[in-house]
Design a protein around this ligand. Sequence first.
Ligand SMILES: C[S@@+](CC[C@H](N)C(=O)[O-])C[C@H]1O[C@@H](n2cnc3c(N)ncnc32)[C@H](O)[C@@H]1O
Length: 243
Amino acid sequence: MTEWFERWFGEEYLALYPHRDEREAAAAVGLVESNLGGIEVKRALDLACGAGRHSRLLSERWWTAGFDLSAALLARAKAADPAGVYVRGDMRALPFVDQGFDLVVNLFTSFGYFDNDAQHLRVLAEVARVTRRGGKFVLDFLNSDHVRGTLVPGESSNIGGRAVEVRREISADDKFVVKTIASGGEGGAGDQTFVERVRLFDRMDLETMLEESGFGVEQVLGDYAGGAHSESSPRTIVFAIRE
Ligand SMILES: C[S@@+](CC[C@H](N)C(=O)[O-])C[C@H]1O[C@@H](n2cnc3c(N)ncnc32)[C@H](O)[C@@H]1O
């Protein structure tokens, strides 16, 4: 069965979100760089790099590999950065050697996509395997309190002449935020519906899972400007060291 993230992060995602924010990417990478606590970084991994907006900036600082499941997004990354290293695969089985990276980043809520938490732990086990001891992992995730408190249930817009309807809800079991994106083609032709389903891990869940996976949590920030994490901060940005 095709999973939602295999359908959604393709051509349609590119068509509906053609200009993901480059300024935000620069802020995120700047935040990562200034909170590494002086470790030496030679090799970095942008895990779930999408169209490569962070990978390009990371590679100005360190040798960087971008990794993602989406062939369409990786093709976009490679077109923008022909010399860049981009690898396709599933984050549950990374095609990299043990301890091969000094720094792994997972940015802009590219985690929490699976139905079952054993799969999320599988991802963290893979990240732990490919991160050298003393290396860092930065997990930039949504803030579940903020999502619950600010959820906009419905929204209509027009993107490039296409009507787009977005619905958002918390799943009946209270574990996921579910976004349904319906985009209409001209005259109703080519209508398509996509689902985005993200596990509402809170800060403690993330810290516990990271600690169970071989990381020590060093710091948790709440936005890309380096603000404190709180119930109302937009992000949960966890800096962890591989023990
Ligand atoms: C919200 S996008 C963020 C992309 C990028 N980090 C950015 O900020 O532009 C999430 C990314 O996760 C990727 N992804 C989803 N499931 C994946 C999996 N199982 N293995 C690897 N990448 C995956 C998607 O293809 C998509 O590019």
